[in-house]
Write a protein that binds this ligand. Structure first.
Ligand SMILES: N[C@H](CCC[C@H](N)C(=O)O)C(=O)O
Length: 290
């Protein structure tokens, strides 16, 4: 793929990509000067008046000398966040395809820490997502003490859930059948619950056996998506902490399957999955109004 030419300010060059149907507008912020307001992010992400995506991913020069790139993530609602697992896989393929890197292992920095991305022989991508964080203040979650499970009062019901950070906040509830899970009813109420001061992503997990789960996710700032890589990691970690899952788990989401591995506390969560390029395009860079 030829390297992108320097661009005029009048248009923004982007690549539409997806990982299991979790879709992204990916922007090269190294060879383009990009400053997007939350209003412009929302306009780009709009599925009727814009390009349409769950998140926008921005490639920038790193601040840290031992990283190859800085990786910034913006939800469709315009909020900037600190982690996106499916997006990390797309990020690795984007920088390789754009001629920004030919490294086998790419080190990226986010606002939540550093991650390693590796494009495998079968064109899938292996992501070292870093170690999960459980301390309530690191999630963040308003809770008296850390534990494998928390109780949350929602509409006069008491819900049991795991909560942890993968660099972004996650709640995980166990359900008997994901097809019947109240994703759109409970998802937004838990996402916006006052006990999650920075909101959260909400996973509904059906444990099929010790090496296989089904998962649906209501994402912070994006709603239900076809897949959420960081929540898939959080769900596997929660299930292992509950003593219900082994170290290596197949996670079936509506958009497809991820492979997640976690060797236990203090260890990184490893995620492997596919990436697809959908199309390249241009966006009138000053366009915001619908
Ligand atoms: N909605 C998430 C960001 C995107 C996460 C998801 N797309 C993934 O693959 O991890 C958040 O607000 O933390």
């Amino acid at each position: 793929m030829e390297a992108l030419q320097p661009h005029s300010d009048s248009v923004l060059h982007f690549t539409k990509m997806q990982g299991l149907g979790n879709d992204f507008v990916v922007l090269d912020g190294i060879r383009q000067t990009i400053h997007l307001s939350p209003e412009q992010i929302r306009a780009i992400a709009d599925r009727h008046f814009g390009i349409g995506c769950d998140q926008i991913l921005l490639v920038e020069k790193p601040e840290s000398p031992d990283c190859d790139f800085r990786y910034r993530i913006f939800n469709a609602d315009g909020s900037e966040v600190t982690q996106c697992g499916n997006g990390a896989r797309c990020f690795a393929v984007f920088v390789r395809r754009a001629g920004l890197s030919d490294k086998a292992i790419i080190q990226v920095e986010t606002r939540a820490g550093q991650m390693q991305l590796q494009i495998l022989e079968n064109d899938e991508v292996l992501v070292n997502m870093g170690a999960p964080r459980f301390a309530p203040e690191q999630i963040p979650l308003r809770a008296a003490e850390e534990g494998p499970e928390y109780l949350l009062e929602v509409d006069h019901d008491t819900l049991r859930m795991a909560a942890l950070s993968m660099g972004n906040p996650h709640a995980v509830l166990r359900v008997p059948d994901v097809r019947e899970a109240p994703v759109t009813q409970l998802g937004p109420k838990i996402e916006n619950h006052p006990d999650f001061p920075e909101r959260c992503n909400v996973g509904f997990m059906e444990i099929c056996d010790r090496t296989h789960i089904r998962l649906r996710v209501w994402e912070r700032g994006a709603g239900e998506t076809l897949a959420c890589g960081s929540n898939a990691c959080a769900a596997v970690v929660a299930g292992i902490r509950w003593g219900e899952l082994d170290e290596q788990v197949a996670v079936d989401l509506p958009g497809g399957r991820l492979s997640i591995q976690w060797a236990g506390p203090g260890q990184a969560v490893m995620m492997t999955g596919p990436v697809r390029v959908v199309f390249d395009g241009t966006w009138p860079s000053r366009q915001t109004a619908q």
